[in-house]
Design a protein around this ligand. Structure first.
Ligand SMILES: Nc1ncnc2c1ncn2[C@@H]1O[C@H](COP(=O)(O)OP(=O)(O)OP(=O)(O)O)[C@@H](O)[C@H]1O
Length: 748
């Protein structure tokens, strides 16, 4: 085996997922190309590589790495290049130069052992010195962890994620129980954890392995929207994954049940297996909903019918019979559900309910599951509306670091009425948390469109509540004349009933452009967004025009659409800085979306820099206003007002958002919507998805693709079944309560 040594001059190519890299190393002016799977690499570092010389047909002589180790940079040039390679936020080329000029070969030791001295450099204060120290230590730890994990064939990209979860504890946690990885680290499945465990010598039939694997399968079902899993299905799936007999799983389930790690319950004729949290949530929702529904609400002093008539006269509207019914019931019942499709008057009804409640002197709180939905509700009603999380004061608890809802059964919401919009997006955990904070006697009004896609999290709460018939529901089904003018509304209702949409009526708002293949669809969408739609609609793709796609992958999937649209809508320009993060380039001027709720992320007001707050939420869209490659930060302005600074791996939470998936668009509305319609997985291309997509548009819809795909989506009434016990429990307990009431009154 040969050996070469040199300082890494350039990383010519790197696959972040598996670590395969082509690098240039330099030793005393002599350059060598080295290729191989490097878990960890940094410009400026010197490496010693063992391997063999090979001849590449295109690139000539290269050194193929078999093994290598890193030699800490030992020359001034090496240290400077190492520091400004993008490794440490806060150190760019200028700072690196100053540091090396001042501290010479001791620079890295100073950072590691005496960071206070860094403040001797102009422009570095205490805060920045601390930041540099933290990042440096993090890099050192990360390097060790990457090398450790490489022994188990874990790629650098996963190694970073694992490190982000466990920090300096990583190696200890994995040695203790590698199966923790599957539960704790986003994107790591049981199989990867299992591979590590088996390599570490844990036997195939270890009880530990079987229990972890079975719980992992159960969690997978929860992640796919199920509140429980039928026992038989869980046993079968787990036995297949773990390659053991079904009896082994059956025994493990029993011991997990005895140890109170899971719940097994007979729901009618199904043996349902739940994780504890989901079982608690489901049972809690049922109890609390029925309590609210059955709590007597007194309105004797108030002539509600008369008051509604007065409101109608003042607003110059004539409520439809079921709208009036909804307003009356909202005032007289503890719990009411209002459901209806687009244009059926939900917002008008909510507004009337609020006005009536205000006249009755009731305190009303408004909320919705996402920031965008809450904002829309606020705009439509002219009253403050918050996200459910904000309403429940989600934040750090007194005792520990965990985030908790500060509003709960011990500190309930103080209100006479609470109106929740877009309830179809609320999952069982959030619904339970909300209900915990609502006292008996507070009126709860749940509003939503039951035909929308269900929540991302487990359960189908709105549908189950409605189908159970255990609580009062008012369905709004009349499309008002004003709404009928819109083909978006008319077509949404047609699609919901399984009828094909009517396309391209002159002077209307629903367009279809025929393109046969995906490459042409993509080109057409690019042209539409760049030229035609901005001219025609007055909006642009940064503001107002939104592309939705059913899929993430493929030519017309969100990932490729964003790459391609960025090229035409925000191309590189000498005046715009940019930064590559994993496979994405973030450029000044790009439209981006936050993809996770982050309650700790700080923002600053653009108009008043002294005004600050915390929290950026899943689905928030903004524009990149600054890319600072010296500080290694990216600034995003949300709603033209809140400035958020992303550092380092925060960028994991940011995506380009010229195009977003239909699932991500739930709860949002856009003036103009463009969507590719082309073939794809039938489980995805459903009526429900098309309906949800179209109802996001307010002024114009443009579908680009193949008519037959639209028709097959309309016909595809496949609704993924979600295992949920909510409807069953509501029915059973609701009936039981009714029965008890009836028997009590007959005894009286
Ligand atoms: N009783 C009514 N009489 C006449 N017009 C009405 C009535 N109720 C609602 N409308 C009108 O119908 C249209 C749709 O109503 P609204 O916005 O309340 O429906 P929505 O269900 O909230 O719709 P979307 O879900 O699309 O926002 C509006 O233009 C509204 O003014």
């Amino acid at each position: 085996m040969d050996e070469v040594q040199g300082m890494i001059n350039e990383i010519v190519f790197r696959n972040e997922v598996n670590g395969y890299s082509v690098i240039e190393i330099c030793d005393e002016g002599e350059e060598t190309t080295v290729v191989g799977y490097f878990p960890y690499l940094n410009i400026g570092e010197t490496i010693r590589v063992a391997g063999a010389w090979v001849e590449h047909p295109d690139y000539g002589k290269q050194f193929k790495m078999e093994a290598y180790h890193v030699v800490t940079p030992a020359t001034l040039n090496g240290i400077e290049r190492y520091l400004c390679s993008g490794l440490i936020p806060g150190i760019g080329p200028a700072t690196a130069k100053k540091l090396v000029e001042r501290f010479g070969l001791d620079t890295l030791d100073i950072i590691q052992y005496n960071p206070q001295k860094l403040t001797e450099i102009e422009g570095i204060g205490d805060k920045k010195a601390q930041k540099i120290y933290d990042a440096f230590i993090e890099q050192r730890e990360l390097k060790d962890i990457m090398l450790f994990l490489e022994g188990y064939k874990i790629s650098p990209a996963y190694a970073v994620r694992i490190y982000k979860t466990y920090g300096a504890e990583t190696i200890k946690v994995i040695r203790e129980n590698p199966y923790n990885l599957a539960e704790d680290v986003f994107g790591i499945g049981f199989k990867m954890a299992d591979r590590i465990a088996l390599t570490m010598g844990i036997p195939l039939d270890s009880e530990y392995r079987i229990a972890s694997g079975t719980r992992y399968v159960l969690n997978q079902f929860h992640n796919n929207g199920h509140s429980y899993v039928p026992q038989e299905l869980l046993i079968k799936t787990s036995a297949e994954l773990l390659n053991v007999r079904e009896e082994v799983i059956e025994n493990i389930l029993l011991s997990l049940f005895i140890d109170r790690k899971i719940v097994i319950e007979n729901l009618d004729d199904v043996k349902a297996v739940y994780s504890i949290a989901f079982h608690k949530a489901e049972v809690g929702i049922v109890r609390r909903l029925l309590t609210l529904a059955q709590f007597p609400i007194s309105t004797v002093q108030f002539d509600i019918d008369n008051e509604i008539r007065k409101l109608e006269a003042e607003d110059g509207i004539d409520l439809a019979a079921n709208q009036r019914e909804a307003v009356q019931q909202a005032a007289t019942k503890g719990l009411l559900v209002i459901t209806g499709g687009p244009g059926t008057g939900k917002t008008t009804t909510i507004k009337t309910i609020i006005r009536l409640f205000e006249r009755m002197g009731l305190d009303v709180l408004l909320c919705a599951p996402t920031g965008r939905a809450a904002k829309r509700m606020q705009e439509a009603t002219g009253r403050e509306s918050r996200t459910i999380h904000r309403l429940l004061e989600y934040g750090f608890g007194d005792k520990d670091e965990d985030m908790v809802f500060q509003k709960n059964e011990d500190s309930p919401l103080e209100a006479d009425a609470i109106i929740v919009d877009e309830v179809s997006m609320v999952d069982i955990l959030l619904m339970n948390s909300l209900l915990k904070a609502i006292c008996e006697g507070t009126r709860l009004i749940l509003v939503g469109d039951v035909d929308q896609l269900p929540s991302v999290g487990p359960g189908c709460v709105l549908k189950d509540i409605i189908d159970s018939k255990a609580v009062s529901v008012v369905r709004l089904d009349e499309i008002f004349r004003q709404a009928q003018e819109s083909m978006i509304v008319v077509n949404a209702h047609r699609i919901n009933k399984g009828e094909p949409p009517v396309l391209n009526i002159k002077d209307k708002d629903f367009f279809f452009i025929r393109e046969e293949n995906q490459a042409e669809i993509l080109e057409k969408i690019k042209a539409l967004c760049k030229e035609r739609l901005p001219k025609y609609s007055g909006y642009n793709s940064h503001e107002g025009i939104q592309i939705l796609s059913p899929m993430k992958k493929g030519i017309c999937g969100v990932i490729n659409l964003n790459t391609e649209l960025q090229k035409v809508l925000n191309p590189p320009h000498f005046s715009k800085t940019e930064r590559q993060f994993r496979d994405v380039i973030f450029r000044q001027g790009d439209k981006v979306m936050q993809i996770r709720n982050n309650y700790k992320m700080k923002w600053q007001s653009l108009s008043d820099p002294d005004y600050e707050g915390e929290g950026v939420f899943n689905g928030d869209m903004g524009i990149i206003s600054k890319v600072d490659n010296e500080e290694q930060t990216i600034e995003v302005i949300y709603d033209g007002e809140r400035v958020v600074k992303y550092e380092g791996s925060d960028l994991d939470e940011l995506e380009l958002s010229y195009a977003v998936t239909v699932h991500k668009s739930q709860g949002s509305e856009f003036p103009v919507l463009v969507m590719p319609v082309t073939s794809g997985p039938p489980m995805l291309l459903t009526r429900n998805l098309l309906y949800t997509a179209l109802t996001r548009a307010k002024q114009m819809v443009v579908l680009v693709g193949q008519e037959r795909c639209i028709y097959s989506m309309v016909k595809n009434n496949y609704v993924t079944r979600r295992y949920s016990g909510l409807e069953y429990r509501l029915q059973r307990l609701g009936n039981l309560n009714e029965h008890n009431e009836a028997s009590i009154s007959s005894q009286e």
